[in-house]
Ligand binder design. Structure first.
Ligand code: SF4
Length: 349
């Protein structure tokens, strides 16, 4: 897969764009100024493999809380600001690693200049985000409503505003809740600028629907080499957003960390409690950060062969199972000890 070349920016200590790995983001849903809750949630998200976190900054207390929050977390913190330029400045002064703000919403040019000056002094990038619901009226009129043109040109106006102030530490998001529109808008934008793109399908919806929409929208773009950082938006626990985001990257071979579990769908040949084994293995393997492919297959006939690309795997028989490495059987184990033995073998790899 050929990845589109973009400018590399730094969000705290995490590079975004250029050749850097594609990162997974999420957003907290705690009250930001409730520091213990916000820190707890961010730490949980970190453990799940979230690379960058964003939080809503709704007032000065939220902005001030960033300083304390940052003492306890290890991933970069993006301050999400709606309209108030003073909050943007306060967030930057209190240690935000990036601002998510639309210059067009801030008001006068002078206010935008002040925010930009503050970001420049601290080398903080700005993420411009246009949602299909926040397109300026003039673009809706000019391009006949909500479509890729109105989204892209609305965002470009914001980009140019920053460029005119000699500010280019920019990343862009163009979200719509319609998957095809999201894809079209990002494709169009990727041909027009080389700033890193933050991918997401907005208001994707409740869990299953949100997962499918995000996987198709984000996955399609990534498979075309478009996108430098992603966020899956789900109505639910942000932990799920991170899990899904990571799986999207993993399924496209874009995540070089953690365990990839390959498991069969089971069929009439399965004589082992495969679903339980997979759940058990998933739980035990989740803290392994190095890249590893583990197969858990239902039968020894097709198992090792179908999962030849796995580094290690198990294939169930009747009351027993085999452990295999790179398609070669290494031992036979009773069903109840299969996972334990698998973990031992993984430790020795
Ligand atoms: Fe069925 Fe074996 Fe294939 Fe699993 S690996 S689906 S048990 S044939």
């Amino acid at each position: 897969m050929h990845r589109r070349k973009t400018k590399r920016i730094m969000v705290g200590n995490v590079p975004v764009g250029g050749d850097s790995p594609i990162t997974v983001q999420s957003m907290t849903n705690t009250i930001t100024k409730d520091v213990p809750s916000t820190v707890n949630q961010i730490k949980e998200l970190e453990r799940e493999g979230c690379h960058i976190i964003r939080a809503a900054i709704t007032d000065l207390d939220d902005a001030k809380a960033i300083r304390e929050i940052k003492k306890h977390i290890n991933i970069p913190f993006i301050a999400d600001i709606q309209f108030d330029y003073k909050l943007a400045i306060a967030a930057a002064e209190n240690g935000a690693d990036c601002l998510r703000i639309n210059p067009g919403n801030i008001g006068s040019l002078q206010k935008v200049k002040e925010v930009v000056k503050c970001c420049k002094e601290r080398s903080i990038p700005i993420r411009i985000g246009v949602n299909s619901g926040s397109i300026k009226k003039e673009y809706l009129e000019k391009y006949n409503g909500v479509n890729a043109h109105s989204i892209v040109y609305s965002a470009l106006e914001q980009v140019r505003l920053l460029e005119d102030m000699d500010f280019t530490e920019i990343k862009i998001s163009l979200k719509a809740s319609d998957v095809s529109l999201t894809i079209e808008a990002y494709e169009k934008m990727s041909q027009m600028v080389d700033y890193p793109l933050h991918l997401g399908v907005t208001e994707a919806g409740p869990k299953l629907r949100g997962i499918v929409k995000s996987a198709i929208g984000i996955g399609t773009l990534l498979s075309k080499g478009i996108g430098d950082t992603i966020r899956v938006s789900l109505t639910g626990d942000p932990i799920e957003e991170v899990r899904v985001g990571r799986e999207i990257l993993r399924s496209l071979g874009l995540l070089e960390e953690g365990v990839d579990i390959i498991s069969c769908p089971t069929c009439g040949r399965t004589k082992i409690k495969l679903i339980k084994l997979v759940e058990e293995a998933e739980d035990k393997l989740k803290d392994i950060k190095r890249p590893l492919k583990v197969a858990i297959m239902g039968c020894p006939v097709n198992g090792p062969g179908e999962a030849r690309e796995a580094d290690i795997g198990i294939a169930g028989g009747d009351g027993v199972g085999i452990i295999f490495k790179k398609g070669k059987v290494i031992k036979k184990v009773k069903e109840e000890f299969l996972i334990e033995e698998l973990m031992k073998e993984i430790d020795n790899l």
